[in-house]
Ligand binder design. Structure first.
Ligand code: SAM
Ligand code: SF4
Length: 360
C-alpha cells in the first residue's frame, strides 16, 4: 500500500462519507492494520519552562480556560477509551502536566478503570520535573506507574540557555525524589546541535550513575518551531558521539514492540551498565508500528503527533453527546490516520499546533 504523508491526508468531509462511523466496532484500528492502545492526554498547554525547540520566549497565546477539558470530561474520555476502545496505557503530558493541580485525581480515576483483561491501564507521566519532588508521594498513592522526566543537559548554564529558566537543580531534585520513592524513571533528552558533543556523554554518565534509562529524541518540526533538518541531531550523530566517548553499545535483545525508541545496552569504560534508546522520528521513523492516539488539552482527538487535522470531541462532550457518539468520532479519526507522517519528505506541512498544545 502506498504510504500517505500526513501533509496529504484526505479531506475530512470526503473521508467521513467514504468510511462512516462504526459505533459498535471495538478498538481503535486504522486502515493500515495498526490498532491504537496507547493514549496520550495533554492536561494543560501551559508551562513553566520555555524550551527553545518547543515554544517562544514569551510563551504562547494560552488556550482560554473554558476551552480546556474539565477533570470530569477527561475522565469520561479515558473511561470510554479503556472500557470500550482497548486503551491499555494512558500517559499524562502537556504543556507541563504538574501545573494541573488535579493531576493526582486524574491518575487515580484512570487506574480505577479496568481493561478487557480486568487489569487497570498503565498510568504514566511525562514532565519537566519541576515540582515533582512535592508531588511524587501523591502521584504514587494515586497509582502512577512510571514517569519520564525531560532533561536535555546536566550543565546548569546550558540548561538555562535551552529552557530559558535557571531550574536544573529543581529537576534533579524531582528525579532523585521519584527514584527514592521507587517510581520507575526514564530520562528524555532532545540533543541540541551546538552542544550535543558534551551533553550526550554527560547525560549518559548522569543516568548510568543513577540506574536511569535514557531516551534521546530527534528534534522534530512541530508548530512552526524553527525546525531545520540541519539543526536536527540525528540518531547517527548520537550513536557516533556515544561511541567516540568510550561507551560500548550492543543491540538490545528485548523485543521492540510498538515503542518508538530503538534501544541498546550500554557499558561505560569503567564498567557501569544500562540501557539507552533513540526516538528517531525524523531519520528512522517507526510509523508502521505506531499504537498511539492523542487527546489535546482542548478536547481534540489527534491520530498522530504530526496530523494536520483533529476531531472535535469537546463539542460532542459539551452538547450532550452519548458514549456511542464519542466512540464513533474517535474511531472515525483513527481511520483517517496516515501510513506515515512524512516529516522528512519534500513538501511536508505541519499543522501549526505547538507540541505543548498537542501533548508531547
Ligand atoms: N513539559 C513536559 C516535558 O517537557 O516533559 C511534557 C510535555 S513536552 C511537549 C513532552 C516531550 O516533548 C519532552 O520530552 C520534550 O523534550 C519533547 N519535545 C518538545 N518539543 C519537541 C520537538 N520539537 N522535537 C522533539 N521533542 C520535543
Ligand atoms: Fe515546557 Fe515541556 Fe515544552 Fe519544555 S518541552 S517548554 S518543559 S512543554
Amino acid at each position: 500500500m502506498t504510504p500517505t504523508p500526513a501533509a496529504e491526508q484526505e479531506d475530512g468531509e470526503a473521508m467521513s462519507t467514504m468510511i462512516g462511523p462504526r459505533p459498535n466496532h471495538r478498538g481503535l484500528p486504522d486502515r493500515f492494520g495498526r490498532v491504537a492502545t496507547d493514549l496520550r492526554v495533554s492536561v494543560t498547554d501551559r508551562c513553566n519552562l520555555r524550551c527553545t525547540y518547543c515554544m517562544p520566549a514569551q510563551g504562547m497565546d494560552w488556550l482560554p480556560r473554558r476551552d480546556l477539558l474539565t477533570d470530569a470530561e477527561i475522565i469520561r474520555v479515558i473511561g470510554i477509551g479503556v472500557k470500550r476502545l482497548g486503551i491499555t496505557k494512558v500517559r499524562f503530558t502537556g504543556g507541563e502536566p504538574l501545573l494541573r493541580p488535579s493531576l493526582e485525581h486524574l491518575v487515580s480515576a484512570t487506574v480505577d478503570f479496568r481493561c478487557a483483561d480486568d487489569k487497570p491501564p498503565v498510568a504514566a507521566l511525562t514532565t519537566n520535573g519541576i515540582g515533582l519532588d512535592k508531588r511524587v508521594a501523591g502521584l504514587v498513592n494515586a497509582g502512577l506507574d512510571q514517569v519520564n522526566v525531560s532533561l536535555d543537559t546536566v550543565d546548569p548554564e546550558r540548561f538555562t540557555t535551552i529552557s530559558r529558566r535557571n531550574r536544573l537543580s529543581q529537576v534533579v531534585t524531582g528525579i532523585d525524589t521519584a527514584l527514592a520513592a521507587g517510581l520507575p524513571v526514564k530520562i528524555n533528552a532532545v540533543p541540541q546541535i551546538h552542544s550535543y558533543h558534551s551533553d550526550v556523554p554527560q547525560l549518559l554518565n548522569f543516568c548510568l550513575d543513577r540506574g536511569l534509562e535514557l531516551r534521546f529524541i530527534e528534534f522534530m518540526p512541530i508548530g512552526a518551531n524553527g525546525w531545520r533538518r540541519d539543526a536536527t541531531v540525528s540518531a547517527d550523530d548520537i550513536l557516533g558521539v556515544v561511541q567516540d566517548s568510550g561507551f560500548i553499545l550492543t543491540e538490545d535483545t528485548k523485543p521492540r514492540g510498538s515503542t518508538p525508541a530503538q534501544c541498546w545496552r550500554v557499558r561505560s569504560a569503567d564498567g557501569r551498565t544500562g540501557r539507552v534508546g533513540i526516538i528517531a522520528s525524523v531519520t528512522r521513523p517507526f510509523c508502521e508500528h505506531c499504537s498511539r492516539t492523542r487527546l489535546t488539552a482542548d478536547g481534540q482527538i489527534r491520530n498522530c503527533l504530526f496530523a494536520i487535522r483533529e476531531a472535535d470531541l469537546r463539542s460532542v462532550l459539551r452538547s450532550g453527546g452519548s458514549d456511542d457518539e464519542i466512540v464513533a468520532v474517535w474511531q472515525g479519526e483513527m481511520l483517517r490516520k496516515s501510513a506515515q507522517h512524512g516529516v522528512d519528505a519534500e513538501g511536508f506541512a505541519d499543522s501549526g499546533r505547538r507540541m505543548s498544545a498537542i501533548g508531547g
